[in-house]
Design a protein around this ligand. Structure first.
Ligand SMILES: Cc1cc2nc3c(=O)[nH]c(=O)nc-3n(C[C@H](O)[C@H](O)[C@H](O)COP(=O)(O)O)c2cc1C
Length: 211
């Protein structure tokens, strides 16, 4: 079993969303069965380490021709990783209440996977976000990511915890409720909610696999 986490921040270091994604993957790993002690159950893919060109809208993928951009960049390597995944978690910072351009490039460029017999169909999907502001566009980012997964035929799940106190997605903000600033490492709600996303993705992926 493999859960792949995609960190959608363009930052090479000190990414808040990467920290939360690691929490989610740790939590997923706690319950994922391993085939042998050598095989990894989780893998974190940083978009910042790849060249991902924008989609040019040429529709080669609709004609089931190879994407011409993939001859020039790293998208085939990413597709290879995604094909192996049972679960996928995307963690993205809020950039003007949407996702950073490099992650949107990945999303758009994954269209060939849809056109090639829905290669991402039935993979379990969870979303995490982080924003600077307390009210910084977290919900539109989660909504965008979940709709992306739905259009790829994935099985979208959320964080499931206490029905009264816990929200449905992983996320938080650098800004505290009283307007101060903090590190995501001090954002307990963001950590706990991200861990719940990881756990839920792993639980559902495992139960589907055992059916
Ligand atoms: C181009 C840009 C746009 C941003 N837009 C927003 C925004 O709309 N709302 C918000 O709360 N924070 C915004 N931020 C702040 C980031 O969401 C915040 O710093 C987040 O923690 C970054 O995550 P990362 O460290 O994983 O990259 C923006 C940051 C950048 C660089």
């Amino acid at each position: 079993m493999l859960v792949v986490g995609i960190c959608g921040s363009p930052k090479k270091e000190r990414s808040s969303t990467r920290f939360l994604l690691q929490q989610a993957l740790e939590s997923a790993a706690e319950i994922l069965p391993t085939e042998d002690s050598e095989s990894d159950t989780t893998l974190l893919l940083d978009v910042s380490e790849y060249e991902i060109r924008p989609c040019t809208g040429c529709d080669a993928c609709v004609r089931r021709d190879p994407c011409p951009e993939s001859d020039e960049d790293d998208m085939r390597k990413i597709e290879e990783v995604l094909r192996k995944a049972d679960g996928i978690i995307i963690a993205a910072p809020s950039y003007f209440t949407s996702v950073p351009g490099i992650l949107k490039n990945l999303i758009d460029r994954s269209r060939p996977m849809k056109m090639q017999d829905q290669e991402l169909k039935d993979k379990v999907f969870g979303a995490i976000t982080y924003a600077g502001l307390r009210l910084g566009g977290q919900e539109p980012v989660i909504d965008l990511l979940n709709r992306y997964a739905l259009t790829q035929g994935m099985i979208v799940v959320g964080a499931v915890g206490d029905p009264v106190t816990d929200g449905f997605f992983g996320g938080g903000s650098l800004q505290t409720d009283d307007g101060q600033w903090r590190s995501p490492k001090k954002d307990e709600m963001a950590i706990a909610s991200s861990r719940r996303v990881g756990k839920r993705v792993a639980e559902i992926a495992s139960s589907l696999k055992s059916e």
